[in-house]
Design a protein around this ligand. Structure first.
Ligand SMILES: [Zn+2]
Length: 131
């Protein structure tokens, strides 16, 4: 199947990191608020034309400049040609607004998560004089 290489690679400075002819799947960021024991997460849902379903990949916020791309191991079925070499993923430029919103929600949740637990633990005075 040759349509794999026909997926358009939107041009931007960071997208030039994608090697010529390599697959780039673009998609939307999805924010999931943390629960009691799990932190909030940001995942990128990209549509796969081979498997005809979305693949979900973690998208660390440090990577989440809206034009950035990252290489991932494919979450594809065995029939996909990307199974071995993986593919590149990035944010869909057509979904700029929703992607920005998801990222903002994630950052807000992370800050809220930090506030009570990140208080420094006071060191008792006595400890300084031991030894
Ligand atoms: Zn796939």
């Amino acid at each position: 199947m040759s349509e794999a290489t026909a997926i358009p690679v939107p041009s931007s400075p960071t997208r030039r990191r994608v090697p010529a002819g390599a697959p780039l799947l673009v998609g939307r960021l999805v924010f999931a608020p943390g629960r009691r024991c799990s932190p909030p997460t940001l995942t990128l849902h990209v549509w796969c034309p081979y498997c005809r379903r979305a693949h979900c990949h973690g998208w660390p916020d440090a990577e989440a400049r809206l034009t950035d791309v990252g290489h991932r191991a494919a979450h594809c079925d065995d029939a996909s040609p990307w199974r071995r070499g993986g593919y590149w993923i990035g944010l869909d430029p057509a979904a700029l607004g929703p992607n920005r919103k998801a990222r903002e929600e994630y950052r807000r949740a992370e800050r809220a998560d930090d506030s009570p637990a990140s208080e420094p633990i006071p060191v008792p005075m006595e400890d300084k004089y031991v030894g």
